[in-house]
Design a protein around this ligand. Sequence first.
Ligand SMILES: [Fe+2]
Length: 345
Amino acid sequence: MNANLLQTVNAGGWNSRLALSRKPKLISKPKPFWIFAMSPSQPTRRALLGALATGAIAPFLSNPGEGIVASDRTDSPLRLGIVTDPQYADKPTRGSRRYSEAAVKLEAAIAGINDARVDLLVHLGDAIDGEKNAAANLKRIFDIFSTSAAPVIHLVGNHCLDGGKPAFDRTSGLVAYHGAMRFHGWRFLLLDGNAISIRGHLPGSPAHTEATANINNGAVSWGGGLGQLQRDWFAQQLIDAKSCGEPVVVLCHFPIDGTSSPQNHLLWDHAEVAEILSNQHNVKAWFCGHNHQGGYGRVAGVHHVTFQAICDAPSDGNAWAIAELNSNQIRIAGHGTIPSRDLKF
Ligand SMILES: [Fe+2]
């Protein structure tokens, strides 16, 4: 384990990483009261509200993260809007990938999700596709996300970093790529599947070096993994959530379930992550994108849902969903290519 990274965890540093939006938007519906249980550096409520005002919730420490956000809401079921893999780019359709249509479809999806009055909007990653015009494409997509009436949680996909990490960070306003959030009795764990990858890491860095070794051993160059440090954090979060009696939903761009996604789409360290999950019984679902065809599997009691990509939706269709989280099930109402499912516990 890298000593410098451990020091980063122990040193905190959230405030120094807080990125407020250059173009804050007004949140159009009442927000729950958020508090932090984060040490040693606790951001102020004002700073948190500033982060919320960006429309992109990233109230976590820099990678690796260790933050917890809490809400005092306990009334009605929590409702999430879910979209994934717009992969927007102004380039010709390739196969089922209708890159240039994705922005308009995302606008329509968010309009539908706004009508559904959700508590949070989850974007499971891959906002754009390709290096060409990446910054402009990212801006267009994040401008569209700013029309969400609910705060937006962004997971970082491999293609999000096609234009480089600085461009993505500038446009997204994200301050961290993984973290934990306690909301309405649930714990959401956001995972960074690019933590070990050749994307977003400089050649010669430990993450790039480990990724290069994996690729030389046959891993796909467009994949990635959590890495040991994040896996340790993930395992500790699951233990803590269980001790708190909190059900967990994991959010990650990448799948780990080989029964519903091709092997080359899985996190590189999917076996290690699955082993962590097998030791816990409070994880209800793993929500991801990346495999554009989508899929579903259940492993060790965990519902693995890969949501269909907006990018691949038919020209006259779309792909978005509303997930309602209840004590005995998650009810997914799919729109367009995303099927509806009841995930019972
Ligand atoms: Fe992806």
